[in-house]
Design a protein around this ligand. Structure first.
Ligand code: SF4
Length: 392
């Protein structure tokens, strides 16, 4: 048998090796097969979002999407063939691992990574797939399942407003076709903040859309942006967001922390002083208030590197005290330790509070701190914000 090092990827060359991919997917879909069913965002106005700015929304014809699915299938076939030719037989995972480290195209990388992870999930891109006609989206989902019988979970992004415009029967049709989960950007439940950020949806519309998804039996994940209220609206943001989530009771609540770069309209608001960013400590108070007010039975997940305390996770309501205790533990640290942890988090050295006890990691952070603070170990917020920009 060949060793992995000696296997040539020449067998991958010459085939149609590309299909269209959109720019993003949720962190939880990192190993999913990505199929782009629409392009960009039909709303595209949220001040805190940069992903599709300058790009025009387009629906893709079903025939074109199906052709992409067939190409993904052909790539899968080629990776399998390569495994047989290289003496790995049905051990496709090993070959897939080698291919995604050295792929001939982005699409090849995606298929190889998906195969490496077991080939069981797919994510439909881009920002609001539900905007497709229901019969067409159902046709795409059915075709995807027929083409890849190994796929057990199909998920996508959606907007609350669009979900609320679908009839319950339409969402049920999509679930029956194979749509397992929708990821919705709730961001906030506070109307003045939603309006300021130009989210294009009200708290009431979030509730209508979210509840309809839950009622249809499609699993629902709602995303909240910590820090979105800045230092002016953080309290209302937390309280009203909890209220909306309690009304919806999604399966998952996922949090990520506001990070701003110059491709976002919010960047100008910061520059002209209209938006004052919240500091880490304020954001933790906001998160405390949010968690305290949550009464729904949802899984609270912090799977984004922008979150200072990523270990605040659990099943609500039973894990609430445990989650709040993480915030208290951080707040009880001496100021120097808090500063050390914040820097360690923002340069990607620490993942949890216990890492403060890891001498090797600590040493790295202590070497970096003087460079970031011009020698006095006082880290200003601007430095933290600029480190965070590296995460998006
Ligand atoms: S709806 Fe989503 S993708 Fe579209 S602009 Fe807003 S945050 Fe961005």
């Amino acid at each position: 048998m060949n060793s992995l090092k000696n296997i040539s990827l020449d067998g991958c060359k010459g085939m149609k090796d590309s299909f269209e991919l959109g720019p993003i997917r949720p962190p939880s879909e990192a190993y999913s097969l990505l199929i782009r069913v629409t392009r960009n965002c039909p709303w595209n106005r949220c001040k805190f979002c940069r992903t599709y700015k300058g790009e025009k929304f387009q629906l893709r014809p079903v025939a074109e999407i199906k052709q992409d699915i067939r190409t993904a299938k052909a790539i899968q076939g080629n990776i399998k063939e390569l495994a047989w030719k290289s003496g790995y037989g049905s051990r496709v995972k090993e070959i897939a691992g080698m291919v995604f480290n050295n792929p001939p195209s982005e699409a090849f990388h995606n298929v190889a990574l998906w195969l490496y992870a077991g080939g069981e999930s797919a994510f439909l891109q881009d920002a609001n797939t539900l905007i497709m006609r229901t019969d067409e989206l159902a046709e795409v989902i059915r075709f995807l399942k027929e083409t890849f019988p190994s796929i057990k979970r199909i998920t996508s992004y959606a907007r609350s407003k669009t979900a609320g415009k679908k009839k319950l029967e339409e969402l049920v049709e999509l679930r029956e076709a194979g749509l397992s989960r929708l990821h919705i950007g709730l961001e906030s439940g506070y109307d003045p903040l939603l309006q300021y950020m130009d989210k294009g949806v009200t708290a009431a519309e979030h509730i209508i859309g979210g509840r309809r998804v839950v009622e249809s039996g499609i699993s629902l994940c709602e995303y909240v942006i910590l820090g979105l209220g800045g230092s002016k609206m953080w309290r209302e943001h937390a309280i009203e967001t909890a209220k909306v989530l309690n009304e919806i009771a999604p399966d998952f609540i996922r949090v990520r922390t506001l990070t701003i770069n110059n491709r976002m309209p919010l960047h100008n608001e910061v520059d002209n002083g209209n938006f004052i960013r919240a500091k880490d400590e304020e954001i933790l108070e906001e998160e405390r208030l949010l968690i305290e007010r949550l009464e729904c039975h949802s899984n609270y997940i912090s799977d984004h590197i922008t979150n200072l305390l990523q270990e605040i996770e659990g099943q609500l309501p039973q894990d609430k005290e445990k989650m709040l205790a993480v915030i208290s533990r951080f707040q009880a640290l001496p100021p120097k330790e808090r500063a050390n942890f914040r820097v360690g988090r923002r340069i990607g050295i620490y993942s949890r509070l216990d890492d403060l006890n890891d001498l090797r990691r600590r040493e790295v952070v202590e070497q970096v701190m003087p460079k970031l603070s011009q020698g006095n170990n006082e880290i200003d917020e601007k430095t933290i914000y600029s480190l965070m920009r590296g995460f998006i």
